[in-house]
Design a protein around this ligand. Structure first.
Ligand SMILES: *[C@@H]1O[C@H](CO)[C@@H](O)[C@H](O)[C@H]1NC(C)=O
Ligand SMILES: *[C@@H]1O[C@H](CO)[C@@H](O)[C@H](O)[C@H]1NC(C)=O
Ligand SMILES: *[C@@H]1O[C@H](CO)[C@@H](O)[C@H](O)[C@H]1NC(C)=O
Ligand SMILES: *[C@@H]1O[C@H](CO)[C@@H](O)[C@H](O)[C@H]1NC(C)=O
Ligand SMILES: *[C@@H]1O[C@H](CO)[C@@H](O)[C@H](O)[C@H]1NC(C)=O
Ligand SMILES: *[C@@H]1O[C@H](CO)[C@@H](O)[C@H](O)[C@H]1NC(C)=O
Ligand SMILES: *[C@@H]1O[C@H](CO)[C@@H](O)[C@H](O)[C@H]1NC(C)=O
Ligand SMILES: *[C@@H]1O[C@H](CO)[C@@H](O)[C@H](O)[C@H]1NC(C)=O
Ligand SMILES: *[C@@H]1O[C@H](CO)[C@@H](O)[C@H](O)[C@H]1NC(C)=O
Ligand SMILES: *[C@@H]1O[C@H](CO)[C@@H](O)[C@H](O)[C@H]1NC(C)=O
Ligand SMILES: *[C@@H]1O[C@H](CO)[C@@H](O)[C@H](O)[C@H]1NC(C)=O
Ligand SMILES: CC(=O)N[C@H]1CO[C@H](CO)[C@@H](O)[C@@H]1O
Length: 840
């Protein structure tokens, strides 16, 4: 108790500090927070799952418990990551697999639109269905944990290599999207692992950089979507590679224990990013629950920070039973929450070979069997992929009704980005190339394409139906040929792109993060050449994020611009649906398009001479549109912007205050930390049984020697970490997602949306709030909806404004507070097209 109180006082002092990142100051640190909160169940199925986990874990021995926490090694078994198993109970190893766009490393799977494209639909139902379809595919290959969705990086840096995996830099949009994805995926019977927790905002130095951040920005920006994921019941969270305030994310007590497990009330398990664990005891006490891929430290006799090393730590009392049991209960609670016990099938594939027959244990090349059963899990997901692909397209410009196309006389398709990759869509491993049309970024967030419909293929098919004269220029580099084709056609469509990916591989000088924000492969010159001769030039952009295209926007001969994101396998069909008006575009940009790289006010940290490069998030919550608004910088296209083939108008804004009473901070105490079953402290029983045949190179829970040191006497032994007495509930905590009071609806804001044009269409009315005060963004997104309207039709749209939506993070109270500054609600068509407003 005393230790605990000391720790809390320490924490309070630190979090109240004003952040100063000036060079002369000592490096920022994270407050220490112990003990790591134990799971206790909760609403929405957690209670029942927790009960079942409790029963299961009560039956386990120490070694079996350790087995469930530890990966058996990189490429040791069939999946991207596998835990150990419990043969005694017939419980197989758990299978964890990349990634957020589809099942990586297998066949007969679908390749979905990337997160950034899913977000661009602004459609809760499509994002939910995408999550369900992903979940079903993973489930049917035998996977227990889908390593996604992504809300970290959030997208602080427009050049950030992995931004495309997530849902864009606005925390509200990302929060809605991550919650829908989690519900969809887990509803299909697979555990989602939301990642990367937290502040892994660039690829350069990701394994050592320290992201330094103040408490308010952490809550209002980066933690926000994770709260939504936790509230949606996510079973797993992956801690990231980077450090936060100079402590590795996977051993940072403050972010894992205080923020995630205590304040956000996360009931599932924390898994390390691959190789993101750096210690045995510190990571365990900080709240890490599973290590992947398991083999970490080469000079340990165990080949792992855990496995035998964790067994030893438990026997030496360096790790108390309450913590070890909590790790396993959390893993099993997630397992039962998504009904893995009834939905699990055998693992049907090997990540490491395409052959049907081969070694189950790839690393050691042993266990020959039928590893690939080539189970076809695609179902009818192609239709959904096509729909999301089309509805994520953002129509940025459309002059003189250039679009939709109506049986053009002649059409020139120009550019590499319209074409098939001559080697096939999967010819570059992990998509580390930029050949042919771009439909996926590179890195671990990839899946093999079952096929990829290129724009040229799909448009040519339509042209044939329409008897349009069709020509196709396949290169970006022969501007003479491009001009000739363009000048000869009534319509020219130029395809351009910009790629990025994960920083384990550099592509054309881009170390994951983009080295610039311009188009790749001479895209600007290609557009200029075509537009110089064709007054009906349409530009299609496939990109991971914003590119600098103000000169394209203002070019008089460019009649239309479409951002088609990263659409996945149905790319050409999705695009054709929009070009020809079968789908009326509803996409809205999930990020801001600046005119110059400097406009964002953020630069990737690419040079550093220190082992721990310091990245100070001094801009606070002013990223993307919040920054452009506050500095009055006019973008090319703002966050939330997108056109339709019809028009929409907004009338009759009304505000209805709900009678819900004042916000009540959470209070009281948790139960004391529980343990499940006993631990056999006889070290001799933790030795490997003589008859057991190890798979070479695999990580096991057995110890090597019964000579166990006693760590508890050491002066720096963290007694507070071992405290299992009841703990105070934080004011902002108390349930998954935080204090349920935060989600009480304070206002319902209604608006009438009318389709004022000639054709049916879908509008995305957006609600922005001004929270007032001298240091706040001009407006922040706090609601949106997807409304289908026939020409002339009007529908009333309602936005719920919760207590959380109206609040700021109060660092002193350590709680959300509605400030006394005036609050204004705006409804409009984008972050800068705020048409109606009302004071709250
Ligand atoms: C990081 O350090 C700053 C400055 O000391 C502090 O305000 C903030 O709460 C810390 N955040 C974390 C996550 O450690
Ligand atoms: C731990 O898992 C491994 C790999 O699945 C398995 O061979 C071993 O028997 C398990 N150990 C125990 C004690 O269950
Ligand atoms: C590896 O061995 C070196 C040298 O004995 C030691 O300094 C280091 O702490 C060890 N690393 C780990 C992670 O145990
Ligand atoms: C399996 O085939 C795919 C598609 O051709 C290829 O991209 C991948 O590299 C292959 N994997 C292995 C392990 O050979
Ligand atoms: C496993 O199968 C491969 C390919 O058929 C063969 O080369 C290898 O010798 C086999 N290994 C064992 C241990 O049987
Ligand atoms: C221009 O179009 C005519 C048919 O209208 C075609 O014969 C000719 O090859 C085209 N030229 C180019 C450069 O595409
Ligand atoms: C930006 O980077 C891309 C990709 O590496 C490259 O193709 C392009 O030429 C670069 N742009 C400029 C202006 O250097
Ligand atoms: C637009 O296209 C016409 C050809 O129709 C060309 O003469 C003109 O120079 C182009 N305008 C620009 C700004 O390139
Ligand atoms: C980073 O360092 C390299 C090599 O010293 C230098 O060429 C480059 O200009 C530096 N980049 C930045 C952004 O400072
Ligand atoms: C809603 O707006 C329409 C058109 O602006 C107007 O005719 C109507 O009276 C309004 N309804 C209410 C309840 O204000
Ligand atoms: C808004 O709140 C009402 C209850 O107050 C609820 O029924 C409805 O589903 C909520 N809508 C959204 C979009 O959350
Ligand atoms: C979807 C599917 O066919 N899954 C199968 C995977 O393989 C196992 C056998 O190894 C089957 O039991 C599953 O039905």
């Amino acid at each position: 108790m005393h230790m605990r109180q000391l720790v809390l006082v320490f924490a309070t002092l630190l979090v109240g500090d004003v952040v100063s990142f000036s060079g002369a100051d000592p490096l920022p640190t994270s407050p220490v927070f112990y003990p790591s909160p134990w799971s206790a169940g909760g609403p929405d199925g957690w209670d029942a799952a927790y009960q079942r986990a409790h029963e299961f874990v009560s039956k386990l021995t120490l070694l079996e418990k350790v087995n469930l926490t530890t990966g058996t090694g990189n490429q040791a078994n069939l999946c991207t990551g596998n835990t150990g198993s419990i043969p005694r109970l017939g419980f197989r190893e758990l299978c964890l697999q990349d990634g957020p766009v589809g099942i990586r490393y297998t066949d007969l799977n679908s390749a979905f639109p990337a997160g950034i494209s899913a977000a661009a639909t602004w459609s809760r139902s499509l994002i939910r269905r995408r999550g369900e379809a992903l979940g079903a595919e993973f489930r049917d290959k035998g996977i227990d944990v889908l390593l996604g969705p992504v809300v970290g990086p959030l997208g602080r840096d427009p050049a950030g290599g992995r931004n495309f995996e997530g849902f864009g830099p606005d925390p509200y949009l990302a929060g809605v999207a991550v919650a829908e994805t989690v519900k969809g995926t887990q509803g299909a019977g697979v555990i989602a692992s939301v990642k990367h927790f937290i502040l892994n905002e660039q690829e350069h130095f990701r394994g050592g950089i320290s992201s330094n951040i103040d408490d308010k920005t952490m809550h209002e920006l980066y933690l926000w979507p994770f709260a939504d994921a936790v509230r949606a019941g996510v079973g797993s969270v992956m801690c990231s590679y980077n450090k936060i305030n100079n402590t590795y994310a996977c051993e940072n007590t403050y972010v894992l224990s205080h923020l995630l497990k205590d304040e956000l009330g996360f009931q599932g398990f924390v898994v390390s990013d691959w190789g993101g664990q750096h210690s045995t005891e510190a990571s365990t006490l900080a709240g890490l629950d599973m290590t992947m891929p398991g083999d970490g430290v080469r000079n340990s006799t165990y080949g792992s920070y855990w496995g035998g090393a964790l067994t030893e730590a438990a026997l030496s009392l360096a790790i108390a039973q309450v913590r070890l049991d909590d790790m396993v209960v959390r893993i099993m609670a997630a397992f039962y929450k998504v009904e893995r016990d009834t939905k699990q099938v055998d693992i049907n594939y090997s990540s490491w070979t395409n052959e049907t027959f081969g070694p189950q244990y790839w690393h050691s090349k042993t266990g020959n069997t039928t590893v690939n059963k080539h189970v076809n899990v695609q179902a009818d997901h192609a239709e959904l992929i096509r729909e999301i692909g089309a509805k994520s397209i953002v129509l940025l410009k459309n002059k003189n009704g250039a679009l939709p196309l109506r049986r053009p006389i002649s059409l020139a398709i120009i550019g590499e980005d319209a074409q098939d990759n001559p080697g096939g869509p999967n010819s570059c491993v992990d998509r580390i190339c930029n050949v042919g049309t771009l439909a996926m970024g590179w890195g671990s967030a990839t899946a093999e394409f079952p096929y990829l419909i290129s724009p040229a293929t799909a448009i040519e098919k339509q042209a044939r139906i329409d008897r349009t004269l069709f020509s196709n220029v396949r290169t970006n580099w022969d501007l003479g040929v491009a001009r000739a084709a363009a000048s000869n056609s009534s319509t020219a469509i130029v395809f351009v792109n910009a790629n990025s990916g994960e920083g384990y591989q550099t592509l054309d000088g881009n170390f994951g993060d983009r080295k610039n924000l311009t188009l790749w492969n001479g895209g600007d010159e290609l557009i200029a050449a075509v537009a110089s001769v064709n007054p009906n030039t349409i530009v299609v952009i496939h990109s991971v994020g914003p590119v600098l295209i103000d000169h394209v926007k203002t070019h008089p001969n460019v009649t239309a611009i479409l951002w088609a994101g990263l659409p996945g396998q149905e790319s050409g069909n999705s695009l054709t649906d929009v070009l020809y008006g079968k789908v009326n575009p509803q996409g809205r940009s999930p990020f801001t398009w600046g005119k110059a790289a400097e406009d964002w006010g953020i630069a990737t940290l690419v040079n550093s001479s220190t082992p721990t490069p310091q990245q100070d998030f001094t801009e606070g919550s002013f990223i993307d549109y919040r920054h452009f608004d506050s500095k009055d910088i006019e973008p090319s296209f703002e966050f939330g912007y997108g056109l339709s083939y019809t028009g929409f108008s907004y009338t009759n804004l009304t505000v209805k205050k709900q009678d819900v009473g004042p916000y009540v901070p959470a209070s009281g105490f948790t139960a004391a930390g529980p343990t499940f079953g006993g631990i056999d402290y006889d070290a001799a029983h933790a030795l490997q049984p003589e008859e057991f045949q190890k798979v070479p190179g695999m990580i096991y829970p057995w110890i090597d020697s019964t000579d166990i040191p006693d760590d508890t006497g050491s002066p720096d032994f963290p007694y507070a970490a071992h405290n299992r007495s009841a703990q105070p509930i934080l004011p902002a905590g108390g349930a998954p997602g935080g204090n349920p009071e935060l989600y009480k609806v304070i206002y319902i804001i209604e608006v009438d949306v009318t389709n004022s044009g000639e054709v049916p269409g879908t509008d995305i009315p957006q609600l922005y709030l001004s929270l007032g005060g001298p240091n706040e963004p001009k407006v922040v997104l706090r609601g949106f909806d997807e409304v289908e309207l026939d020409a002339g039709e009007t529908k009333t749209v309602a936005f719920n404004v919760t207590y959380r939506d109206l609040s700021n993070w109060d660092t002193e109270a350590q709680d959300w507070k509605v400030t006394s500054y005036p609050k204004i609600a705006y409804v409009g068509a984008s972050s800068r097209d705020l048409r109606l407003h009302a004071s709250l």
